[in-house]
Each structure stands twice: as C-alpha cells, then as structure tokens.
Design a binder for this molecule. Structure first.
Ligand SMILES: *Cc1c(COP(=O)(O)O)cnc(C)c1O
Length: 371
C-alpha cells in the first residue's frame, strides 16, 4: 500500500508515544544516568506494579512474549516427548514455544463466538503425554476459562494462559494471567501495553515457579558465579522496564479509549459484518478489533483503496504453516479455524484515531456492502 494514500494507518505508535514523551524521556534519562543497565531497579519496580495489577503474587520480566511462554512451559517440566495443547488460530508462538522444547503442539479448535479454544473439544485432545494446556485470549477477549480450568484440575494438567494479547482483560472479575498456573504476556509494540522494542512478562502465584524463572531468564545463575542449569539470557531490559512503567500509568485510560472506538465500530457495523461481542462476565480490551466478513479479500482491497490499512490475524493457521508440516494436519482438522481464517479482518483501532478516521473505517466497510 502506498504510504501517502493511507488515511487510517493500522497503528499509530508515535502518536501514542508523543502523548507521554516528556515522562518517557525523563525515565530514560534516569536509567542512562544511574548506569544499572541490566536488572536495574526499574525492572523490579515494574514487576511489582504488574503483579499487583494482575492480582498475582509474582511477576518476572523477560525479553519477549515468546520467551515468557518457553520459560514457563520449561519450568512446568515440558520437554521432549510431551504434548502441549493450544489453539490453532493464534500467533505462532503459542505453539512454537512447545515445539522449541522438543514437545509436540496439539490443537483444539475454537468457538465462533469468541474465536477462542472450545472447551467442549478439549478433553478429547488430552493424552497421557499432555503436560500443559495453553489457552489464548485472542484479540483481548478472554478464553472461557472456567471449564478449561476444571478439565485441567481433573487431569492434573497445569493451565498456562497465553495472555500476550490480553493485558487488562478480565474474566468474571479476575485479570487475564491470574486464572491459570501462570500467565505469559508480550509487551511488543503492537500490544496494548508495550515497550519501545521487545519485552515480555510472566505472572504467577506459584513461588517455586517464580524462583525458578528468576534464574531461568538469567543463564540459570543461582548467584554471580554458580550456574544451576543451562538456560538462555532473556531478561527484561532496565530501559524497557522504565518505559513500561510510564506506559503502564496510562494503560487503563488507553484501554478505555480503545473500548470507546470499539463501541463506535460495533454500532456502525453490526448490520453488515459480524462484530466482536463481549461474553457475559468478560472484559474485552480490543488488542485487535476482528470482524467476520463475507468476501473478505475483496473487502480488504476495497478498504485499502479508501486508505484504510486493515490486516488479517492470521491468514494461515498454525497447523497449516510450513513449519508444522511434520505434524501432518489437514486444513479441515480444525474447521472453525479454517473458515475463520478466510473471513476475518482486523480493523485499525487506537484511541488516537480522529473521529474523521473512525468514520472512514465505518464508511469503508459499509460502502463495500452497498449499505
Ligand atoms: C505477540 C504474541 C506472542 C509473542 O510475543 P513476542 O513478544 O512477539 O515474542 C505470543 N502469543 C500471542 C498470542 C501473541 O499475540
């Protein structure tokens, strides 16, 4: 898409940063001056705030969301020969995190209503080798956790929430990340709470897992000189923690703004496409605003012509990725996922969107359907 023709970009990160630039620069300058660039005080400060926000006892900052998943699964004992169950319509890391530990990802199809793991299909995917279940809170809407947690409990299998798209999301009064044994977040620039680069964080109430994760993100070091086990280096940077603390101070306001735009889109589009709805007891944070549409590819082209930069998350389901070919899946193994992959569109959504831009998005979709 010709950049100059874009009237509504998919994201507008510099606009958001500009709103807090003074605060950001002061926080960055403080780190530059104090010199504790690795595991500095800002990391622990951010971890405390984040754990408190999620309602968990502990948080551990890591290098990115994928590392959060890999370390958490490893900490729960996932390794070669094991299986990890997740959703096939997610970002690849929900499954690659298991594969990278030598385990096999197993998929459970999703429900049409919330595009998240269908709990009624979960039990039949469990085998004696299942070591963890990783529901994804896709787009910022929580997976239906109550039945998933019950099944996990019945089989003694830990639930790890892939909450990468769900900071601030809640399910019956509890924040995403605090429902399972652990919750893994990405703080990538496209997520609702983000660094100015890569970052991630894990939350848990499990003290043993927490203590293990502190070592696991830092070479397996037990202290300065002793390495307890082989582990990578994937710490949260002090500088990113400082940035995150500033962003965090505005998170609830930014979520409120996104929800306002979402409300506007829902009202303006519900008669022409299937718009996302909040399930009872759920609080959606609209990390992405995903509609289900007829003639999706033509709609995308129409929107592009009108300067609306819409995207698709994700056009190729994980089980159909070239990387997943050894799993031997057919597209129709997960029919809802397959169908959704051809019908979904993510519309641009952010609080900085002007009312003119909101109108451009709504008119763009409506005119396509002749409405
Ligand atoms: C973004 C994302 C991740 C990975 O996070 P990174 O920080 O990019 O490594 C994992 N799972 C889901 C569902 C995501 O959206």
């Amino acid at each position: 898409m010709d950049r100059s023709a874009i009237r509504v970009p998919y994201v507008a990160l510099p606009l958001r940063a500009a709103r807090v630039k003074k605060e950001l620069m002061a926080a960055i300058e403080k780190v530059v001056d104090h010199g504790v660039y690795i595991l500095g005080p800002e990391v622990e400060d951010f971890e405390h705030r984040f754990a408190h926000y999620c309602g968990t006892r502990y948080a551990v900052g890591v290098g990115d969301g994928t590392s959060a998943l890999i370390l958490t699964l490893k900490g729960l004992g996932v390794g070669p020969g094991d299986e990890v169950i997740t959703a096939p319509n997610s970002f690849v890391a929900s499954a690659s995190s298991a594969a990278l530990l030598g385990a096999t990802p197993r998929f459970v199809d999703v429900r049409r209503e919330d595009m998240n793991m269908d709990p009624s299909l979960l039990e039949r995917a469990i085998s004696p080798r299942t070591k963890a279940i990783v529901p994804v809170h896709l787009a910022g809407h929580p997976a239906d956790m109550e039945p998933i947690l019950k099944i996990g409990e019945r089989y003694g299998i830990p639930i790890v929430e892939d909450a990468a798209q769900a900071v601030g999301t809640s399910y019956h009064g509890k924040r995403a990340g605090s429902l399972g044994r652990a919750g893994c977040f990405s703080l990538h620039p496209l997520k609702n709470l983000h660094a100015i680069g890569d970052a991630g964080v894990i939350v848990t109430d499990d003290e043993g897992l927490y203590r293990w994760l502190l070592k696991a993100r830092n070479h397996g070091l037990r202290n300065r000189d002793e390495v307890e086990f082989w582990s990578p280096n994937t710490r949260l940077d002090t500088l990113q923690a400082a940035v995150l603390t500033v962003m965090f101070g505005h998170l609830d306001e930014w979520i409120r703004e996104r929800r306002e735009v979402a409300e506007h889109f829902r009202a303006g589009l519900r008669d022409v496409v299937r718009v996302p709805e909040e399930a009872p007891g759920c609080f959606h944070t609209y990390q992405t605003f995903v509609v289900e549409a007829e003639r999706r590819d033509d709609l995308l082209a129409h929107l592009r012509r009108r300067g609306v930069d819409a995207k698709v998350h994700y056009p190729l389901a994980i089980h159909m990725q070239p990387a997943a070919r050894t799993l031997g899946h057919q597209p129709d193994d997960f029919p809802v996922t397959r169908e959704l992959a051809d019908r979904i569109v993510s519309l641009p959504i952010y609080g900085e969107m002007t009312s003119e831009q909101r109108g451009t998005v709504i008119d763009g979709v409506r005119t396509f359907y002749g409405a």
